[in-house]
Design a protein around this ligand. Structure first.
Ligand SMILES: Cc1ncc(COP(=O)(O)O)c(C=O)c1O
Length: 370
């Protein structure tokens, strides 16, 4: 830890599901730039979104994301607001075609939330629903009931609450695949060219709350009806280079810094993925080696690299687990209120040392409480 930061404040290992931990070098850069951006004389919070200085910052963020994810010329990157929840509505509003329903793959709470909003906009079909297995696994390709005539197929790459994650692509023929990557964008290289639309709110793996990134195939921009309210039409944002209205300038600036950190300090997304695999294995190994004490939620081949979910023998022991963890500065480990249990969110910015500390604690706690 940087001496200036450790002297001033005690940072905990924060396993929050979002808003979540940010890379320390990014926080330090924000701190340095907060009174005045170098050469600008004002902070990022005080300059116009139309100033050449901010346009440079936004362009750099876009350029870094383009090279990190290898975004092809066929796709546009938009910086929007309203969180991923607004995308649950904007996607069907813009992409549903007359007489062609959308297919939704329900792998957990967020997929269900997305579908709940989509049905308000038009005809939706459920291509697979993991309710029967409590959303503890992903579907096999052969289980998906995909309609070759669908307007699009929607899936959630990482279910933040249940802790199941697609680490492979699905096959949907010519139907555009739309994917909610809110809690795993930048966790691995993504073949962007295979997707019609990728969206991610920033506050888990890419920056602070306030900006939602949408990467959309350019031909799909033509689908939206011009009569839609202006903000809700992707085309308006694409034509105005995400300046149709005042964009979330601070959040875009931080997202750019996170992308820079991934490129320059981590060494890109292939490296990030191998670190994420190493980090998540540390925790899953403790769960597997103590299966008489910890019960993992997700089946082994569906496990998330980002959100590790498991239960202890009963609620009292879980309470004791959270209290003992907090004493060691391991915080925000409670599972989502809808499912309970433990959830350790180990996004890109969670250092290996934090995961090691949690794995050691889990082993010790199991030894002491079995
Ligand atoms: C996978 C996923 N999708 C969507 C959302 C909703 O994002 P927002 O709160 O930015 O609307 C979340 C937030 O937790 C999420 O984890």
């Amino acid at each position: 830890m940087n001496a200036s930061v450790s002297d001033a404040v005690q940072r905990v290992f924060n396993f929050s599901a979002g808003p979540a931990v940010l890379p320390l070098p990014v926080l330090e850069q924000i701190q340095r730039d907060m009174l005045a951006l170098p050469g600008v004389g004002s902070s990022i919070l005080e300059i116009s979104h139309r100033s050449p200085q901010f346009i440079d910052i936004a362009n750099e963020a876009k350029a870094r994301i383009t090279s990190l994810l290898n975004v092809p010329e066929t796709h546009d990157i938009l910086f929007l607001q309203g969180g991923s929840r607004l995308q649950f509505s904007m996607i069907p509003m813009n992409l549903l075609l007359e007489g062609q329903p959308a297919d939704y793959v329900l792998t957990g709470s967020w997929g269900k939330n997305a579908e709940k909003e989509a049905v308000k906009e038009g005809k939706v079909q459920v291509a697979w629903d993991g309710a029967d297995c409590s959303y503890n696994r992903l579907p096999k390709q052969s289980e998906l009931k995909l309609d070759p005539n669908a307007s699009f197929v929607h899936l959630t790459s990482n279910e933040t609450i249940e802790g199941v994650q697609f680490l492979h692509e699905i096959e949907a023929g010519d139907v555009p695949v739309v994917v909610d990557c809110s809690s795993d964008i930048f966790c691995r290289p993504l073949p962007v060219e295979r997707y019609g639309l990728i969206y991610a709110c920033a506050q888990k793996n890419a920056g602070p709350a306030g900006v939602t990134m949408v990467i959309i195939r350019k031909d799909l921009l033509q689908r939206g009806d011009a009569e839609l309210p202006g903000y809700l039409l992707y085309r308006n944002h694409a034509e105005a280079d995400s300046m149709w209205n005042t964009p979330p300038t601070f959040a875009i600036y931080v997202m750019g810094l996170v992308a820079k950190w991934l490129q320059e300090e981590i060494g890109g997304l292939t490296k990030m993925e191998s670190l994420n695999r190493e980090k998540s294995s540390l925790l899953y190994d403790v769960v597997d080696n103590n299966s008489d004490f910890y019960v993992g939620h997700a089946e082994a081949d569906s496990r998330s690299l980002m959100n590790v979910t498991f239960r202890l023998p009963n609620a009292d022991i879980e309470k004791k687990f959270f209290a003992a963890a907090a004493e060691l500065n391991l915080t925000n480990l409670k599972g989502h209120r809808s499912v309970g249990g433990v959830r350790a969110s180990i996004y890109n910015a969670m250092p290996m040392a934090g995961v090691r500390a949690l794995a050691d604690f889990m082993q010790q706690f199991a030894d002491d409480n079995k």
